[in-house]
Design a binder for this molecule. Sequence first.
Ligand SMILES: NC(=O)c1ccc[n+]([C@@H]2O[C@H](COP(=O)([O-])OP(=O)(O)OC[C@H]3O[C@@H](n4cnc5c(N)ncnc54)[C@H](OP(=O)(O)O)[C@@H]3O)[C@@H](O)[C@H]2O)c1
Length: 280
Amino acid sequence: MDIFTNRMGYGAMQLAGPNVFGPPRDRDAAIAVLRTAVELGVTHIDTSDFYGPAVVNEIIREALHPYPADLHIVTKVGARRGADGSWLPSHEAADLRAQVHENLDHLGLDVLDVVNLRVNAESRPDDSIAAEFTTLAELREAGLIRHLGVSGASDQQLTEAQSIAPVVTVQNLYNVVNRGDDALVDRTAKEGIAYAAFFPLGGFTPLQSGTLSAVADRLGATPHQVALAWLLQRSPTMVLIPGTSSVAHLRENLAAAELVLPADAVAELNALAAPTGTPR
Ligand SMILES: NC(=O)c1ccc[n+]([C@@H]2O[C@H](COP(=O)([O-])OP(=O)(O)OC[C@H]3O[C@@H](n4cnc5c(N)ncnc54)[C@H](OP(=O)(O)O)[C@@H]3O)[C@@H](O)[C@H]2O)c1
């Protein structure tokens, strides 16, 4: 968890064009979001070369290079984009190596701090990831990567990855109404692994809940801040990467790190999803 001492980070995916494809409408605004994030103390930015593709990494480089010494840029490999913007899994060793080099080039780095293997376990929770994770472990041994993680991975795939190389982070879909990963959140807390919840605000399906709004009203906060504060209180190794293309939303989201939810509010929010993860 040393890398993620500031648990409130920033997810850069929203800085590409519509559907995370092509350039943003306003590149200067994207640069302003990144610079403001760092000014406000963010030390963890999540990205990938398949955002754009390459667009988001190039914007990060333009906005922040040379990078502050305490900034941790977390990227992921394991997919390509089709000409129509489709997301195409790509796990062959040669292409994983190529993707690591493309991230290095586009970010302007000699070493990538953290690389997640995008597993996409929803469609293959029982598949072995040994071959693909071994490729990344070899790149780590070669000094191109400092730390490894898995994304969209099952409990079993995390165990398998750990048998190959240390895993510092798991990045999976999790939020106050999507709690299918409850057991994995608890496991990562026990093992001291950072759990980065992607779609903390619902992603492409924004969270909407009367309970979130009611709790927010009571606390003088916004529903987005309550959703983020709930995640931070859910586990000591939870790290957040809310995405936004707006400086105002960024400020609002980062301020959620200071929001303390009282026990009755946590209980109400816990009841939003059954422990099995079934949204109500
Ligand atoms: N590992 C994976 O497979 C995977 C998959 C998806 C995402 N990710 C990572 O996770 C990060 C977070 O995911 P995400 O950005 O898709 O979803 P998110 O953080 O759940 O939600 C982002 C959406 O919420 C809006 N938003 C953000 N803050 C807001 C606020 N304060 N008020 C109102 N609306 C607000 C954003 O619009 P505005 O731009 O208008 O603020 C955007 O539409 C990504 O940036 C990416 O780095 C990883």
